[in-house]
Design a protein around this ligand. Sequence first.
Ligand SMILES: Nc1ncnc2c1ncn2[C@@H]1O[C@H](COP(=O)(O)OP(=O)(O)OP(=O)(O)O)[C@@H](O)[C@H]1O
Ligand SMILES: [Mg+2]
Length: 272
Amino acid sequence: MLLEVSGLDVRYGRTQALRQASLSVAPGETVGVIGETGSGKSTLARAIVGLVRPHRGRIVVAGEDLTRYRPGQWRSLRRRGVVQYVFQDPLRSLDPDLPVEQSIVEPLLIRGRSPREAAARARELAARVHLDEELLSRLPGELSGGQRQRVTVARALVTDPRVIILDEPVSALDAANRVRALEFFNELRDAGTSLVFISHDLGSVAGVADRIAVLYQGEIVETGQARAVVNAPRHPYTRLLVGSAPTLRSAAASRAQREELRELLKTIGGPA
Ligand SMILES: Nc1ncnc2c1ncn2[C@@H]1O[C@H](COP(=O)(O)OP(=O)(O)OP(=O)(O)O)[C@@H](O)[C@H]1O
Ligand SMILES: [Mg+2]
């Protein structure tokens, strides 16, 4: 396993945000984490990248046990870019006074790459995430929510991470852009990057995940192959989720829908 989280407890004062949470991600796999608001999804992500300290449990990434890391070591891990976290709120995670290009290439400049090389990489990444190159010189506040989200994904990609944790990456997008984004995440996965895809929307998760973990009130109550979780949910909360997504009969159906939408996008033009 590339990422292995086991028995994780996280508390904020008296709030127990995570209880005995375990999750594993294989190389080149997308694991969807689904749960309602406040269920602990972002907390799980933050613990994995060392932004909150678990009270108990283990986090192992690429064979390295991060549990006993000191803050400085976390910084070094983030700099090496093995695991990247795309924040739920792109506006808060970008420096408001810095043109987005600078935010994207900062890790390269820290590593001593030339500004010229960094600029070329920024353009390459912009193309990869379907962000218009001209937008690179803008400040975060001058972009739409969807454009900002692409910027934060480009920034996560700059270090060629092995795992990317995407926290609600499609929640700000309209239907057509959501389909494009899901396609993009599938391409990323096919190119070998492992993804943890966090969302409260089962339809989006079913469109990308190989496996799904269901988080409910701080506990992972169900984990399984995406198709099995959608077709035969075991936990009452998962049943509720599946039941309230009437168009979602199976992961296969959702893939077929995406095919259909992709065809539609081709006919209306724009990057698919
Ligand atoms: N910094 C914090 N201090 C205190 N409590 C917090 C903090 N961050 C989160 N919590 C609490 O921990 C619980 C889990 O929060 P978390 O942000 O992980 O949820 P989430 O599943 O990501 O929700 P959402 O879907 O709304 O993003 C919530 O009850 C929340 O109020
Ligand atoms: Mg969250």
